[in-house]
Design a protein around this ligand. Structure first.
Ligand SMILES: Nc1ncnc2c1ncn2[C@@H]1O[C@H](COP(=O)(O)OP(=O)(O)O)[C@@H](O)[C@H]1O
Ligand SMILES: [Mg+2]
Length: 251
C-alpha cells in the first residue's frame, strides 16, 4: 500500500527580478512515498535547488498544490531538513558536537542535557565522528564536514531529508563511502529521502524511484522506478542497461 508523504501537483514557481519574472517551474508534479529514497536528476540550472527550497519552506510557490502528510506546506519546519553541497553549512565557531547540540535543544526543548547529549553522541557514532566531536569545522576535511552535516540532520529526526547534491564536491572515493553511509543511515532511520543530483550513477545507486527534471519543460518531472535489487554496485547485472536508459532520457 502506498503512503504518500509529499504530494505536489501542478506546482508553479517564478523568480522576480528587476527585469521581470522568470518562470522556473511550470506545472510540476511529484510524489514522494514515506520511507522511500527518491532522487531527482537534472542538469545544472533546470530548477532542482529551487524545488528543494520550496519543499524546505524557504520559497513560496505561486500555483498548484503542495501537501506534506496531507497538510499544505506553509513555513520551514525542523521536520524537513536540508543538506547542501557546500562545505560551509556548519557553524564555524562551534565544535562538531556543539553543531549537533545547538539545533537539538530547539528540536527537543523538553529533554534534559543528558538526553540531548545521548542523541548527539549516538549520531556522531553512527557517522564515524566520535573521535572528531571536539574538533571545529576548519579542522575537518570536506568529507568529514558532510558527515557532520548528515549527523546533525539525522539527529533531528526529520520526516523528510532534503539533499541538494551533498556529495558533488567530494573526490570519488569519499563520495562512494558517503553514499554507503547514507544508505545505512536511511535503513536504520525512519526518514524519507529526497536527494538531488546531476550524476546518473549516483541516482541509480541510491534511489527507489528516480525523477528526471527537464529544463526545456520548466522543471517537468518524469518518474522511473528503479528495477535494481539492493545492495547495489556499479558492476551488478542490469546497472549499465538501466544507466543507459536513463542517459537516453536525460539527453
Ligand atoms: N534568486 C534567483 N533569482 C533569479 N533567478 C534565479 C534565482 N535562483 C535561481 N535562479 C534561476 O533559476 C533557474 C533554476 O535554478 P536552480 O534551481 O538553482 O537550478 P539547479 O539547482 O537545477 O542548478 C536557473 O536558471 C537560475 O539561474
Ligand atoms: Mg542546484
Amino acid at each position: 500500500m502506498s503512503d504518500t508523504l509529499v504530494s505536489m501537483k501542478g506546482l508553479d514557481f517564478s523568480y522576480r527580478t528587476p527585469d521581470g519574472s522568470i518562470r522556473v517551474l511550470d506545472q510540476v508534479d511529484l510524489n514522494v512515498e514515506r520511507g522511500e529514497f527518491t532522487c531527482i536528476l537534472g542538469r545544472s540550472g533546470c530548477g532542482k535547488s529551487t524545488l528543494l527550497r520550496i519543499l524546505a519552506g524557504f520559497e513560496q510557490h505561486s500555483g498548484g498544490s503542495l501537501l506534506i502528510d496531507g497538510t499544505p506546506l506553509t513555513a520551514p519546519s525542523m521536520e524537513r531538513i536540508m543538506i547542501f553541497q557546500e562545505f560551509d553549512q556548519l557553524l564555524p565557531w562551534k565544535s562538531v558536537r556543539e553543531n549537533l547540540l545547538f539545533p537539538l535543544r530547539k528540536r527537543f526543548p523538553d529533554e534534559s542535557a543528558a538526553q540531548l547529549h545521548e542523541r548527539s553522541e549516538q549520531a556522531l557514532a553512527l557517522t564515524g565522528l566520535s573521535q572528531a566531536a571536539g574538533l571545529y569545522p576548519r579542522q575537518l576535511s570536506g568529507g568529514m564536514k558532510q558527515r557532520a552535516a548528515l549527523a546533525r540532520a539525522l539527529a533531528l529526526e526529520p520526516k523528510l531529508l532534503l539533499m541538494d547534491e551533498p556529495f558533488a564536491s567530494l573526490d570519488l572515493k569519499t563520495r562512494d563511502s558517503l553514499q554507503q553511509l547514507l544508505l545505512r543511515l536511511w535503513r536504520e532511520s525512519a526518514a524519507t529521502m529526497l536527494f538531488v543530483t546531476h550524476d546518473i550513477q549516483e541516482a541509480i545507486l541510491l534511489s527507489d524511484r528516480l525523477y528526471i527534471m527537464d529544463e526545456r519543460e520548466q522543471g517537468r518531472l518524469t518518474c522511473y522506478e528503479n528495477p535494481l535489487r539492493r545492495p547495489r554496485s556499479h558492476s551488478m547485472e542490469g546497472f549499465k542497461s538501466f544507466a543507459l536508459r536513463i542517459a537516453r532520457a536525460f539527453d
